[in-house]
Design a protein around this ligand. Structure first.
Ligand SMILES: NC(=O)C1=CN([C@@H]2O[C@H](COP(=O)(O)OP(=O)(O)OC[C@H]3O[C@@H](n4cnc5c(N)ncnc54)[C@H](OP(=O)(O)O)[C@@H]3O)[C@@H](O)[C@H]2O)C=CC1
Ligand SMILES: O=C(O)C1=NCCCC1
Length: 148
């Protein structure tokens, strides 16, 4: 993402994500490899995501990030892809908002109360200042009001 922000993609190999539908279960498996030679980073994220039935206790998204030794090819780290996904996705949204939102945006409204709702709340309140914050009661963030 740092390289992306610098608009320097010359050293990054990052094919478009491959997605395998898991049709009977309304799900997908996504595989997201990338190689940044200059930084010695060879990795892939593997993520499953599902449209769950209402009231299901199963998670909608599960992910793992594997880091490899670029020269020798062995795995050097197995990382929590859900934590990385939470921060990465919210960070990308904040960059988009920074570039696209009207200058006098004073109200933050978060829909949903899952992982992304929480990480977006954290990142957006860190990067921007809002006069009002609206969201779900179940998101339970300290400054957040809610509509019943
Ligand atoms: N573009 C990207 O890179 C990424 C995209 N995503 C997408 O972001 C979305 C949220 O992901 P995440 O936060 O991890 O998921 P979670 O499962 O943690 O949260 C989902 C939220 O959506 C609510 N919800 C689910 N179904 C309905 C419905 N029918 N009506 C109203 N609310 C509903 C849930 O409510 P309740 O708790 O009451 O069930 C919950 O608050 C997903 O669509 C996911 O695919 C996620 C990660 C990365
Ligand atoms: O890229 C990701 O990570 C995800 N994309 C779609 C929904 C789940 C996670």
């Amino acid at each position: 993402m740092g390289k992306f922000s610098k608009r320097d993609s010359s050293e990054i190999i990052q094919p478009v994500r491959s997605v395998v539908p898991i049709q009977p279960y309304n799900g997908f498996l996504g595989v997201m490899p990338s190689y940044v030679a200059a930084d010695g980073i060879l990795c892939t994220k593997m993520v499953t995501f599902y449209q769950r039935a209402e009231g299901s206790s199963l998670p909608s998204t599960q992910a793992t990030v594997l880091l490899f030794h670029p020269e020798r090819g062995h795995i050097t780290a197995i990382m929590d892809g859900e934590a990385i996904t939470a921060k990465r996705t919210a960070a990308v949204s904040a960059i988009s908002a920074k570039l696209l939102m009207p200058a006098l945006s004073e109200v933050l409204c978060i829909l949903g109360s899952g992982q992304q709702a929480k990480s977006h709340y954290d990142v957006f309140t860190n990067v921007f200042k809002f006069k009002e914050e609206w969201g779900s009661k179940t998101l339970s963030q300290p400054n957040l009001c809610w509509r019943s």
